[in-house]
Design a protein around this ligand. Structure first.
Ligand code: BT5
Length: 273
């Protein structure tokens, strides 16, 4: 991308995972801004050891190397800015306006998933180099064409830009737009005001805010109403026993019939305020 930090785009034919590839490059000293894209991932990664599915050549599968100069507590915003930039690109290239599900899913208006983000931090950085974070995003562009393309567990849960737009969408244009939108967003993370503005955009576009939610943690789950997103990008949930701030976890948007009494999850990565 001339004129911005994402000048080194490595388009790979096939790789296990673009995140894995770029984490290795980061450990070997690759600078901020390197982008890895793959036509095919043999072992695409979701969060918490889950898989990311995409047939060869159909979707945008890319990872971006960032070397952030921002408070550790605000690291979540690195995923946020990539998700916001991807949403901008979906709008510009396909005329599709995704909504966000916290932490970083992009959904179509009917709640089906269009894209997901996975940020992975480098194990201790090399001496003299700022620590690196690799933010990977998978955007469904050409696949699935319809529910008939999907494995049983994703039927009714996944859609693609071409399905939503009703016409073919180009991966290359989507990537180019994403990187153009991302450049000023990454710069904005360098100041408290800029970070607050990015969090505010997530807050405004996030379908989770205002929803009844179930928060699933490694050690339990609890229900509540999501009331906001902090300036660090964390989710604020009101529960009968008080307000909780969720740093990392899975969120289910609840319909009334799904609600039931659950014990509060102890500890984990939730802090009470
Ligand atoms: C995510 O995880 O949503 C993060 C996905 C990140 C993928 C990118 S691709 C480029 C880069 N390199 C990598 O190796 N990964 C990143 P999570 O929230 O855990 O969602 C995973 C779950 O979504 C799976 O367990 C499935 O239920 C579902 N899923 C898998 N593939 C999907 C798809 N293409 N579209 C919609 N849902 C999918």
């Amino acid at each position: 991308m001339p004129g911005n930090r994402f000048g080194d785009i490595r388009w790979l034919h096939s790789v296990d995972s673009t995140n894995r590839y770029l984490l290795d490059e980061a450990r070997a000293g690759a600078p901020e801004g390197v982008v890895a894209v793959a036509d095919h991932q043999e072992a695409g990664r979701g969060r918490l050891g889950r898989r990311w599915e995409a047939p060869p050549g159909a979707n945008l599968l890319c990872s971006i190397l960032l070397r952030p100069d921002l408070p550790v507590a605000s690291r979540h915003l690195l995923s946020t800015v990539v998700a916001l930039a991807a949403a901008d690109a979906c709008q510009a290239v396909a005329g599709v306006t995704p909504v966000f599900k916290w932490p970083n899913d992009l959904l179509a208006a009917d709640g089906r998933k269009l894209a997901g983000v996975l940020a992975e931090a480098d194990a201790p950085g090399r001496p003299g180099l700022p620590a690196s974070v690799v933010v990977g995003i998978g955007v469904n562009v050409g696949w699935p064409g319809s529910d008939a393309d999907l494995p049983a567990e994703l039927v009714g849960r996944a859609t693609s830009l071409s399905q939503e737009a009703g016409r073919p969408v180009e991966r290359e244009s989507l990537l180019a737009d994403l990187l153009v939108s991302l450049e000023p967003r990454v710069t904005a993370l360098g100041t408290a005001a800029g970070r607050s503005a990015q969090a505010d955009e997530l807050r405004r576009r996030c379908a989770t805010v205002g929803a009844r939610v179930r928060i699933q943690l490694a050690n339990g789950s609890f229900d509540g109403t999501a009331t906001g997103v902090t300036d660090e990008g964390h989710l604020v949930v009101a529960t009968p026993s008080g307000t909780r701030t969720v740093v990392a976890g899975d969120v289910v948007h609840l319909r009334p019939a799904e609600e039931r009494d659950l014990p509060s999850a102890p500890g984990g990565r939730v802090t009470s305020e």
